[in-house]
Design a protein around this ligand. Structure first.
Ligand SMILES: Nc1nc2c(c(=O)[nH]1)N[C@H]1C(S)=C(S)[C@@H](COP(=O)(O)O)O[C@H]1N2
Ligand SMILES: [Mo]
Length: 155
């Protein structure tokens, strides 16, 4: 097999075989490749950057809410937020936003490259569309607590 020397991830395992850990008030591990094609949901989103530029697309993936129906996943009923994390990057969104979000494994009909998959796709700021999600940490924030304190946006 020819491996491109431009793409450092070309030899990485296929994105879909990656596991996402559910932690905090939830417990479980989800492998993105264990879903039938028919179990994937389609979502279209558009994002507005601070620069004024718009970008978006059509993604397919696993609805986060559907993960919680699995017998091997538990979640405490009192979670209020979910911290969506990659290595060294994290955002914190309200539970409802997370449940309606998709962990996308495809964009525009093509599998996402391993370096970007799965991607958290929801109606959030562009910067909160976390690429390469590895953990969903379910949290209970006290009233008045600032979700941004749980984020790691690199600035
Ligand atoms: N894991 C991870 N996801 C991330 C980021 C990042 O640095 N790491 N940057 C965010 C920001 S600020 C933006 S604008 C978009 C950029 O997405 P793109 O690389 O598809 O253009 O990804 C978001 N998701
Ligand atoms: Mo950004």
């Amino acid at each position: 097999m020819e491996v491109s020397d431009r793409d450092p991830d070309a030899s990485a395992p296929v994105a879909a075989s990656v596991e996402v850990e559910l932690s905090g008030l939830a417990d479980g591990v989800v492998a993105c490749d264990e879903f039938d094609d028919g179990a994937l949901e389609s979502v279209a989103e558009e994002f507005l950057c601070a620069s004024g530029e718009r970008w978006g697309g059509a993604w397919r993936g696993v609805a986060v809410g559907s993960l919680l129906d699995r017998p091997d996943v538990t979640v405490a009923p009192d979670a209020t937020h979910v911290r969506v994390a990659a290595d060294g990057y994290a955002v914190c969104v309200p539970l409802k936003t997370a449940l309606d979000a998709v962990l996308a494994v495809e964009r525009g009909g093509d599998p996402l490259p391993a370096a970007r998959a799965p991607r958290f796709v929801a109606p959030v700021d562009a910067g909160r569309t976390v690429k390469r999600v590895r953990e969903l940490r379910f949290l209970r924030l006290a009233p008045g607590e600032d979700p941004q304190e749980y984020e790691d946006l690199g600035y």
